[in-house]
Design a protein around this ligand. Structure first.
Ligand SMILES: CC(=O)N[C@H]1[C@@H](OP(=O)(O)OP(=O)(O)OC[C@H]2O[C@@H](n3ccc(=O)[nH]c3=O)[C@H](O)[C@@H]2O)O[C@H](CO)[C@@H](O)[C@@H]1O
Ligand SMILES: C=C(OP(=O)(O)O)C(=O)O
Length: 428
C-alpha cells in the first residue's frame, strides 16, 4: 500500500472537453473492504483479503486495526493478511474515527469478542448528522451496557452478548453489518428485521460464513444468526465497487460510450440500469463482467429518487446529477437517505449548471454545456461529480479538497489519464 499519498493541500486540474476512450477496470468495493477488515477482529486465526482497494479509508481502517493490535501484512498488491494475536487496545480513538465514520464498524466485533469496547463517536459529516443510535440500541438489546460520555461510546458485556430480536426502525447498512458481526459470537439466536439488503452486507455474510458463522437470510430484510463459540481464519475476495462502476458508466455515457468497463458488477446495478434506460443509456455486455455503454438517441430528462438497495443508491446521486445538468429538459432528483447531500449543487452551479433546491428535491434544467471553474470537493461522491463535470466542461476546472476523493476512488486520476483525460494532481 502506498504511504498515504493524499494530503489536504492536493488539488486536481482538469482540462475539459478531451474525448475519452479506452478500457477501465473497477477496483474492490470500499464499502465491502471496510466491514470485511473489521470482521478480521472476530478470530485469532489468519484471514487473507484479496482485491482490497488502495484507498485512504482502507489505510485508516488498517491504522485502526493496528492500534487494536492486529498484525497486517501486504502479501502482494491488494492482498492483505490479518492476524490478531495480542490485544494492544480495545479503543478506537477520536483521531482515527474522525477521519472515517466507518470506524464504527469495529464496535460490534470488538465488543462481542472481548466484551468491552471504547469507540469515539463518529459525529456528523457534510452529508448529514449520521447518528449511530440504532447501532447502540440494538447492542443494548443484546445485553450490552452502553454509555456515551466525553465523545466516546463505552460498551461492555461482561458475560458476553446475547442473541435478540432487533427491529431496525430505519434501514442502516453499517448498523446491519455491526449487529451481524456482534451476533456471530453472541449466545443464541439474533434476528435482524428491516435489515439492509446491500450487496456489501451479503459479501460480509459470505465472509463470516466461510469463517464458520451460522447466518441465513442475508440479502433479504430478515437476517437470522445463530451464535457460535469460535470463528476461524479464511481467504476472501472483496466484491467489485458498484459505485465506482456506476460512476464510470455515467462518464462513458457522456463520452459517447467510448469507455468500456471491466470487472463491472452488472448484477448489483440492475435498478441503476433501469434509470439509465429511461435517460436513453443502455449497458451492453461485451464479455464476462465487461460492458460497454450505448446512447440511444438524444438523452432524456428523468425524475429519480434515492432509496436503499435494490433501488437507486444515494452514493450515485451526485454523479447522476452532473450528467443531468447537460441533458436537455427538466430533471428532478429527490434525496431520501441523507438530509444534506446536495453540497455539490453550488459547486455545479459555479460550472454553469442550472439547479434549484427545494427541501430534499433538486430541480435540474439542462444546459448546453458546462464551463470550467474553481470548485471544492465537499464530500466523497460530490468529488466524483466534480471530476465528471470538469471532464465535460469547456476549459479548465480546478478541484480543491480532493482528499475526499481519495477516500473512495482508487487511483482515479491515473485511471482517467489512461483514458486520455488531461488531469493532473498538484499541491498548494
Ligand atoms: C461504509 C459504508 O458502507 N457507507 C455507506 C453506508 O453508510 P451508513 O451505514 O453510515 O449509512 P446508513 O445506512 O446507516 O444510513 C441511512 C440513514 O439512517 C440514518 N441512521 C443510521 C444509523 C443510525 O444509527 N441512526 C440513523 O438515524 C442515517 O443518518 C441515514 O439517514 O450506507 C450509506 C447509505 O447507503 C452509504 O451512503 C454509505 O456509503
Ligand atoms: C458516504 C460514503 O461513505 P462513508 O459512509 O464511508 O462516509 C460514500 O461511500 O459515499
Amino acid at each position: 500500500m502506498v504511504e498515504i499519498r493524499s494530503n489536504t493541500a492536493d488539488y486536481l486540474e482538469i482540462l475539459g472537453g478531451e474525448s475519452l476512450k479506452g478500457t477501465v477496470e473497477i477496483s474492490g468495493a470500499k464499502n465491502s473492504a471496510l466491514p470485511d477488515m473489521a470482521a478480521t477482529i472476530l478470530t485469532d486465526e489468519t484471514v487473507v483479503l484479496e482485491n482490497v482497494p488502495d484507498l485512504l479509508d482502507v489505510f485508516t481502517m488498517r491504522s485502526l486495526l493496528n492500534h487494536i493490535g492486529m498484525e497486517v501484512d501486504e502479501l502482494r498488491k491488494g492482498v492483505f493478511q490479518f492476524r490478531l494475536r495480542d490485544i494492544n487496545s480495545l479503543e478506537a480513538p477520536y483521531e482515527l474515527v474522525s477521519k472515517m465514520r466507518a470506524s464504527i464498524l469495529v464496535l460490534g466485533a470488538v465488543l462481542t469478542r472481548f466484551r468491552y469496547a471504547k469507540v469515539a463517536l463518529p459525529g456528523g459529516c457534510s452529508i448529514g448528522t449520521r447518528p449511530v443510535d440504532l447501532h447502540l440500541e440494538a447492542l443494548k438489546k443484546m445485553g450490552a451496557r452502553i454509555k456515551v460520555e466525553h465523545g466516546y461510546i463505552y460498551a461492555e458485556a461482561p458475560g458476553g452478548l446475547e442473541g435478540a430480536e432487533i427491529n431496525f426502525p430505519k434501514i442502516t447498512v453499517t448498523g446491519t453489518e455491526n449487529i451481524m458481526m456482534a451476533a456471530v459470537l453472541a449466545k443464541g439466536r439474533t434476528v435482524i428485521n428491516n435489515a439492509a439488503r446491500e450487496p456489501e452486507v451479503v459479501d460480509l455474510a459470505d465472509m463470516l460464513k466461510k469463517m464458520g458463522a451460522d447466518i441465513e437470510g442475508e440479502g433479504t430484510e430478515r437476517i437470522v444468526i445463530n451464535g457460535v463459540e469460535k470463528l476461524s481464519g479464511t481467504v476472501h475476495r472483496i466484491i467489485p465497487d458498484r459505485i465506482e462502476a456506476g460512476t464510470f458508466a455515467i462518464l462513458s455515457a457522456l463520452f459517447d460510450g467510448n469507455i468500456t468497463i471491466k470487472n463491472y458488477p452488472v448484477e448489483y446495478l440492475e435498478y441503476v440500469h433501469r434509470v439509465f434506460e429511461r435517460i436513453g443509456i443502455k449497458i451492453i455486455q461485451i464479455g464476462e463482467n465487461h460492458i460497454a455503454v450505448k446512447r440511444e438517441g438524444r438523452l432524456k430528462p428523468v425524475f429519480v429518487e434515492t432509496k436503499e438497495y435494490p433501488y437507486f443508491p444515494t452514493d450515485l446521486q451526485a454523479q447522476l446529477m452532473t450528467l443531468l445538468t447537460v441533458v436537455d429538459g427538466n430533471s428532478k432528483i429527490t434525496e431520501n437517505i441523507f438530509e444534506n447531500r446536495f453540497m455539490h449543487v453550488p459547486e455545479l452551479q459555479r460550472l454553469g449548471a442550472k439547479i434549484k433546491i427545494d427541501g430534499r428535491t433538486a430541480y435540474i434544467k439542462g444546459v448546453r454545456r458546462l464551463t470550467g471553474a474553481e470548485v471544492r470537493a465537499t464530500d466523497l461522491r460530490a468529488s466524483a461529480a466534480m471530476v465528471i463535470a470538469g471532464l465535460i466542461a469547456e476549459g479548465k476546472t480546478v478541484i480543491y479538497d480532493i482528499y475526499h476523493l481519495d477516500r473512495g476512488y482508487e487511483n482515479i486520476d491515473q485511471k482517467l489519464r489512461m483514458l486520455g483525460a488531461r488531469i493532473t494532481r498538484e499541491s498548494l
